[in-house]
Ligand binder design. Sequence first.
Ligand SMILES: Cc1ncc(COP(=O)(O)O)c(C=O)c1O
Length: 395
Amino acid sequence: MPVAKKIQASIEKSSWIRKMFEEGMVRKAKYGAENVFDFSIGNPNLEPPAKFKEVLRDLAADTTAGIHGYMPNAGHLEARKAVAEYLSKHNRQAFGPDDIVMTVGAGGGLNVVLKTILNPGDEVIIPSPYFVEYNFYLDNHQGVPKLVSTRPDFSLDFDAIERAISEKTKAVLIDSPNNPTGKVYSKQDLDTLGNLLAAYSRKRGEPIYLVSDEPYRKIVYDGIAVPSVFDAYPETFVITSFSKDLSLPGERIGYAAVHPAISDKKSVMGGMILCNRVLGYVNAPSFMQRAVSKLLEESVDISLYQKKRDMLCNGLADCGYEFTKPGGAFYLFPKTPIPDDVAFVSALQEENILAVPGSGFYGPGHMRIAYCVDDRTIEKAMPGFERVIKKYKKG
Ligand SMILES: Cc1ncc(COP(=O)(O)O)c(C=O)c1O
């Protein structure tokens, strides 16, 4: 077999999101794209803000010699300075450019951080349901996922986290606003988590890290703000990107930041910079580093996502679906009216509605609906959602 056994097995397991995406292609060819309601994938449907194009035009006109050459592996100093200034403004700590590595999206940033901190067999605690690419990222660096349940409203379950801590625990990995649930963790919960990790780190004499994946931080509703994880705990990494809030997922640009007071900062940063290089990224895309450093306070119009959330939540609640209303991101994670979420999602498919079974996120009995779609898709899908739930509620 030409391909490594492990990779072959992973290809065959192919994620539910991919399966739904492929099913969508088949259905769109058969029934016409406008008749298929595709809620399977978290690809933002809004265009980047107009200012993005203006910034690109200005940057393209820059003819400074050497501008396209190699750079420090951490990224352009100017970009890191801009990010540090932005973080200093939005958190209580003072960040410097040496606390930042520009990365190839959040996915690249997570791999850099995990490669930096993990020894083979180290465990990473992840509240589920969760973004299952984490499994592959951990496996890349010989880490082991330790899944813990969340409460019924998807908030953190501290008893479960505490039970999962072992001497092999290296980090807790969280994602708020969450994919797939849309949950935003409260300040109180982050403080409790910070205190818990601080107590265990003290006992052990070395830190259990908090790794916070935050590509949806700016996508929040009803005037709430995502509390700072840096304020809750010093042994913290934040990884984010501009994929979702500026609608730039194809441009592969993000950053990883460490708490200015993280222990052994020199070796942690040295490790991250080396890992960015040797993972083959070398550095984050240069042109995009320069672009996003001028767009740090920008985002797409979040009120448009809020409108979609409200349309979807109101419509589904009227049909009888049960869910926790998401505070952020662009995903809804309703209960399926039958425990077999795969069967329910298949029934939705018969109405040309594509959702992803919750099992694909280790959240069985649910489904994920990605509502980063045009309003019409939500509107037109609603009768199908209603027909399917009625069928099951009657039966
Ligand atoms: C929770 C979460 N983390 C990370 C990523 C990866 O983001 P990026 O495209 O910036 O690598 C995604 C993408 O969907 C995500 O949902």
